[in-house]
Design a protein around this ligand. Structure first.
Ligand code: XMP
Length: 322
C-alpha cells in the first residue's frame, strides 16, 4: 500500500526524468483531476509548465476565481486564462437540442484551447508535452494505450507550425479518484478543489432546458449558488454525489408575490447519491433545508417563482436533465 507522500516523491522523479528541460502545457477544467495532475507536474518542473484555463461562460459562480486565485495561490502555477464567453454564447445562440449543445461546446473548446496552446508554444519557444488528468478507470475504459495529441492551429499566425504535436504526460494513470484526492491534499491544494463534486464539461449549458443566453445563465448561476451555499452550510457536501440545478427556461407558471401576479420560470433541484454515477438515487434532503433553499431562490432570484424537486432514480432518469 502506497502512501500519498510516496506516490508524490516517485511521480515527481518520474516526471522530471521524462520532461527534462522541455516545456509543458496543461488545460485546467476546474475539476479535481486536471488540478492535481498540473500541481504534480508543477512540483516536478516548476515554471516549465504553463496552464491554460478556458472560461466558456458556462461556469458556476466563483469557479473562475477559484482557479485564478485559490489554485494559483496554493501552487504558484503560471496560468493563462482565455475569456471565450462571447464566442461560446454566439455559437450556442438558439440551440436547444442537448447533443447539439454538447457538440458545439466540445468543438469550440478544442478550437480555443488549440489557439491558446499555439500562443503559449510561441511565447515559450516550443512546447513538447501536454499534461492530462487521465485516471486508472479512464485508462481501463478506453482500452489502455498512451500516446500523443495533435493540435492543429486553424488560425495560423505568422511563424507558428501548422500542427502542434505533444507527447502526453498522464501522471494519474495508475490512480483511483480517492487516491487522486489524497495526492491533491498532499500537494497542499485547497479542500474546495480536492473535494469538488462532479460537474459536467458543458457546464450550465446543459442545465438550461431551452436555448442558452446570457440572461438565462445569470438566473441559473444565482440559483445554483444559493443551492451550493445551503448544502455546504448544512454539512451535506460529503453525503451528496452532486446536485444539478436546472432552469426550465421555456416553461412559465403563474405565481403571486406581494399583491402582484408573477409569470416566472421553475428551477429544478436534482440532488443525488451515487457511487459511480452509473446508477443514482435521489437524496432525501431534510425538509427544512429544502424549504430554506426554496424561500431563498424565489426571494432572491426574481425570474424564478417556483422550485421543484426531482425524485427520480437513475435509471430511469439520468443525473443531468440533458
Ligand atoms: P448522467 O446525466 O448521464 O450523468 O446520468 C452521469 C455523470 O456524468 C456527468 N455528465 C457529463 N460530464 N460531459 C461531462 O464531462 C458531459 O457531457 C456530461 N454529461 C453528464 C454528470 O454530471 C454525472 O456526474
Amino acid at each position: 500500500d502506497w502512501t500519498s507522500a510516496e506516490i508524490l516523491t516517485e511521480q515527481v522523479a518520474a516526471i522530471r526524468e521524462r520532461i527534462g528541460d522541455k516545456k509543458v502545457i496543461c488545460g485546467l477544467s476546474g475539476g479535481v483531476d486536471s488540478a492535481v495532475a498540473a500541481a504534480l507536474v508543477h512540483r516536478a518542473v516548476g515554471d516549465q509548465l504553463t496552464c491554460v484555463f478556458v472560461d466558456h461562460g458556462l461556469l458556476r459562480a466563483g469557479e473562475r476565481e477559484q482557479v485564478e486565485r485559490d489554485y494559483v495561490a496554493a501552487t504558484g502555477i503560471k496560468l493563462v486564462t482565455v475569456d471565450a464567453r462571447e464566442r461560446f454564447l454566439d455559437a450556442l445562440a438558439g440551440v436547444t437540442d442537448p447533443e447539439t449543445k454538447r457538440k458545439i461546446i466540445g468543438r469550440e473548446f478544442i478550437r480555443v484551447f488549440e489557439q491558446a496552446a499555439a500562443d503559449v508554444s510561441q511565447s515559450e519557444g516550443g512546447v513538447e508535452f501536454l499534461v492530462q488528468g487521465t485516471l486508472y478507470p479512464d485508462v481501463v475504459e478506453s482500452g489502455g494505450g498512451t500516446g500523443t495529441a495533435t493540435i492543429k492551429s486553424h488560425h495560423n499566425v505568422g511563424g507558428l507550425p501548422d500542427d502542434l504535436t505533444f507527447a502526453l504526460v498522464e501522471p494519474l494513470r495508475t490512480l483511483f479518484k480517492d487516491e487522486v484526492r489524497a495526492l491533491g491534499a498532499e500537494l497542499g491544494l485547497p479542500s474546495a478543489i480536492v473535494g469538488r463534486q462532479p460537474f459536467p464539461g458543458p457546464g450550465l449549458g446543459i442545465r438550461i432546458i431551452g436555448a442558452v443566453d446570457a440572461e438565462r445563465l445569470e438566473v441559473l448561476r444565482a440559483a445554483d449558488a444559493i443551492v451550493r451555499e445551503e448544502l455546504t452550510a448544512a454539512g451535506l457536501d460529503q453525503d451528496i454525489w452532486q446536485c444539478p440545478v436546472v432552469l426550465l427556461a421555456d416553461v412559465r407558471s403563474v405565481g403571486v408575490q406581494g399583491d402582484g401576479r408573477t409569470y416566472g420560470h421553475p428551477i429544478v433541484l436534482r440532488p443525488v447519491s451515487s457511487e459511480d454515477a452509473m446508477t443514482a438515487d435521489w437524496s432525501r434532503l431534510p425538509y427544512d433545508l429544502l424549504a430554506r433553499i426554496s424561500n431563498r431562490i424565489t426571494g432572491e432570484v426574481t425570474e424564478v417563482n417556483r422550485v421543484v424537486l426531482d425524485i427520480t432514480s437513475k435509471p430511469p432518469g439520468t443525473i443531468e436533465w440533458e
